[in-house]
Design a protein around this ligand. Structure first.
Ligand code: ZN
Length: 204
């Protein structure tokens, strides 16, 4: 009995990695440039609230899993979101969607208020492996874009051409497949930005 309890206790402890390591960058909005990289290695038990994200995910490399799609495209995401992302992408491929590039886990502070030097202070969903950017070259991130029009201002990625090759719309197989799995498309969020490459639990 004691041996059994010891075994169970040991198994539970090992369900969490002992160490957490990650390399992150910080977006300086005032100077419009990325700072870093900064390397972090610490005990997993010492993770702080801002290092933990949705679904039990974290910024740690140790919580990310590699995914290889049937078309050969590879990326890393948090284990808790792998099934939803991978099955959605495969369903879209089967429906004829062309998927050229996918980025998942990417630790950077690109959200939240600015500090005294103009630097963002919060991690994004990508930092936790809880977001995907797909076909960035045809699905840019736009500002001053409450509703889409060609006068929206492109701030990252390539030019968005709805109806054009590899650009997504609300009726695209990928947007529908990921929506069916509880994920939101950054092209459909309210507010002044539209992120047409981006998918996550809240679209941000
Ligand atoms: Zn994104």
């Amino acid at each position: 009995m004691i041996v059994m309890l010891l075994f169970l206790a040991t198994s539970w402890v090992e369900a969490h990695p002992k160490f957490c390591s990650y390399t992150y960058s910080v977006w300086n909005a005032r100077e419009r440039r990325s700072e870093g990289p900064y390397r972090v290695t610490k005990l997993y038990t010492e993770l702080q609230t801002h290092e933990r994200g949705p679904g039990g995910c974290s910024v740690c490399d140790e919580d990310q899993v590699p995914v290889r799609l049937s078309n050969g495209v590879t990326f890393k995401v948090c284990g808790a979101f792998r099934e939803a992302f991978q099955s959605g992408l495969e369903a879209a491929l089967s429906a004829g969607e062309v998927i050229e590039s996918v980025t998942g886990h990417r630790p950077s502070k690109s959200r939240g208020h600015l500090d005294g030097q103009g630097r963002r202070t919060e991690f994004s969903n990508h930092a936790y492996g809880a977001a995907l950017d797909v076909n960035e070259a045809q699905n840019g991130l736009y500002d001053f874009c409450v509703t889409w029009s060609p006068s929206c201002q492109l701030i990252k990625g390539g030019r968005y051409v709805p109806g054009g090759p590899r650009s997504f719309t609300s009726r695209s197989p990928l947007v529908r497949a990921l929506r069916d799995r509880g994920l939101r498309w950054g092209g459909e969020i309210t507010g002044k930005q539209k992120d047409f490459m981006h998918f996550s639990p809240d679209g941000l």
